[in-house]
Design a binder for this molecule. Structure first.
Ligand code: GLN
Length: 258
């Protein structure tokens, strides 16, 4: 069992881990989510957020340059949302929200430059919700302490690969009050999977901290309708973060209590 500042972390030895080839990370292709749905309390965990997904007319794009975009598409489809892959500027037409997946932020950034996506992505984000997971969160940040292409949208600074080799990949339960519906009280913890993850080292004044490690360090943040998570909700089978993001995309009018 790995420890991080005294906090026990479940290691990922029995999980399929990402493969590295050069600086490109490919996440395991598996039908099984990292946290089997059977280990979750379905009634409480999977359906607490009061949003009638089937009623949303939100089409969500997933940036599909590199990384684990298929897992996000699957999670969105599980929720009954429409999802499409974004590779070129024209793919941003007709979507109302965008997810930037985990993978390798340098590769995603370089490919985004090659495909002429940087300015179109910034223009899209000025009007729509965007969520970055892990490498996607790095790509959204203002500063990643290295020269690499960034969207620079969220007023956060991140430290890449912040957990070092010893705890490259780990899982830990997080308290995320934002996942509660209006009448839910305290939601069950969110089992978060970290893979060579960044830390959110600084948040600007307009940024709300959404999740912290048990030792207080920041791993999820929201600025208006932009969301950054250091971990990978798309790999767990617990779709509450996707629901939360969809509720940002839907706006208050379209979210109704079930
Ligand atoms: N370490 C990767 C990076 O810095 C992110 C890893 C991930 O997305 N799981 O881009």
């Amino acid at each position: 069992m790995a420890k991080l500042n005294g906090v026990k972390l479940q290691d990922c030895q029995d999980r399929p881990l990402p493969e590295m080839s050069g600086n490109v990370m490919t996440l395991p292709r598996t039908d099984k989510p990292l946290v089997p749905a059977s280990s979750l309390d379905h009634e409480r965990v999977l359906f607490p957020t009061p949003i009638a997904i089937g009623e949303l007319d939100v089409r969500v794009g997933v940036l599909a340059l590199q990384g684990d975009f298929p897992e996000h598409v699957q999670a969105l489809k599980r929720l009954g949302a429409e999802a499409s892959e974004v590779r070129l500027p024209r793919d941003l037409e007709g979507i109302q929200a965008l997810i930037i997946p985990g993978g390798e932020s340098t590769t995603i950034g370089k490919l985004a430059v090659s495909y002429g996506l940087i300015e179109p992505l910034k223009e899209f984000a000025a009007k729509h919700p965007v969520w970055g997971t892990c490498a996607g969160a790095i790509f959204l940040s203002k500063d990643a302490r290295r020269a690499q292409p960034l969207l620079g949208l969220m007023d956060i600074d991140v430290q890449r690969n912040a957990f070092g080799r010893q705890v490259d990949s780990f899982e830990v339960d997080l308290d995320v009050p934002a996942l509660a519906g209006p009448d839910d009280g305290r939601p069950p913890p969110f089992h978060a999977v970290f893979i060579r993850a960044p830390l959110i080292e600084r948040v600007g004044p307009g940024v709300e901290v959404v999740g912290r490690l048990p030792d207080g360090r920041i791993v999820a943040a929201r600025q208006g309708r932009w969301l950054a998570t250091s971990f990978h909700p798309e790999l767990t089978g617990d779709d509450r973060f996707h629901r939360y993001f969809l509720s940002l995309a839907a706006g208050p009018k379209r979210v109704r209590s079930t």
